[in-house]
Design a binder for this molecule. Structure first.
Ligand code: BGC
Length: 250
């Protein structure tokens, strides 16, 4: 499948890898989203093999974007909080391009999910928008009038001798068996902290826990507007494809 505005996106997570071909102008997925389990251990070689295997099942040749759960600086992973440590300092773009023969473009997973939400979600993207993805970790994407400030890593702000991610992720909610009210109160504290630091115009909550938004939204007492992400599970692949299209045309 090829054509103007047609790109492919991969979303690499600690538990699953998703992929689809999308139209980056309309935000439409042109294929079913393929989902496979992330190989364990999720080292670079095993993940690259899995990506090649998934890609071979698609009828696609062209630029491919990939969202990856780490700081990504010029295609290179600079952290590995929820993925195998062997990724640190690996050039993801070179690795996957060599493995598949296709041009790959890599960026942080929450940054690319945010690109999709800001362009296609119903939220108004004017001013400062902070998109947070709530899953195994806490991902963040910050946008000023629709333009991304990459690698913000707000989930790693220090809190109680640790980092916020360990206190408010969806994994922690389940591990500590928190009710939605209890978890919502914790999350409200986190939003308050971000509100003080950045005075955003809007927070968009994505990732697994965003589907349950109505169960905890009453706990939010901040003055900034908070909305659930519209694209939720598709934002990762859609945003990754958008990122590839931006890199190709830059
Ligand atoms: C990582 C981020 C990532 C987030 C969500 C965090 O642990 O440090 O880079 O965006 O998890 O996957």
């Amino acid at each position: 499948m090829e054509g103007t505005n047609v790109y492919m996106g991969f979303d690499i997570g600690g538990t699953g890898i998703k992929a689809a071909i999308v139209n980056v102008e309309t935000g439409q997925l042109l294929t079913e989203k393929m989902r496979e389990l992330t190989p364990q251990p999720a080292d670079p070689k095993s993940v690259a093999n899995k990506i090649k295997e998934m890609l071979d099942k698609f009828d696609y040749e062209g630029p491919i974007g990939v969202g990856f759960p780490a700081i990504i600086h010029h295609g290179v992973a600079k952290s590995a909080a929820n993925i195998d440590k062997k990724w640190i300092n690996v050039n993801i773009e070179h690795l996957l391009t060599e493995k598949t023969g296709m041009p790959f473009y890599a960026a942080n997973d929450a940054d690319v999910a945010g690109l999709a939400e800001v362009k296609f979600g119903s939220a108004d993207s004017a001013g400062t928008v902070i998109v947070l993805t709530i899953g195994t970790g806490i991902g963040s994407g910050m946008f000023l009038d629709g333009k991304l400030v990459p690698n913000t890593e707000f989930g790693h702000l220090y809190f109680k001798n640790s980092i916020y991610e360990h206190y408010i992720s969806n994994v922690t909610r389940k591990k500590e068996d928190l009710t939605w009210d209890e978890w919502g109160k914790r999350f409200n504290g986190y939003l308050k902290h971000l509100e003080t630091l950045f005075s955003p115009d809007l927070f968009v909550l994505g990732g697994g826990a965003s589907k349950k938004f109505s169960k905890y939204e009453d706990q939010f007492t901040i003055s900034t507007k908070v909305v659930p992400a519209e694209y939720q599970n598709d934002a990762g692949v859609l945003g990754a494809a958008m990122y590839a299209s931006q890199r190709v045309s830059s």
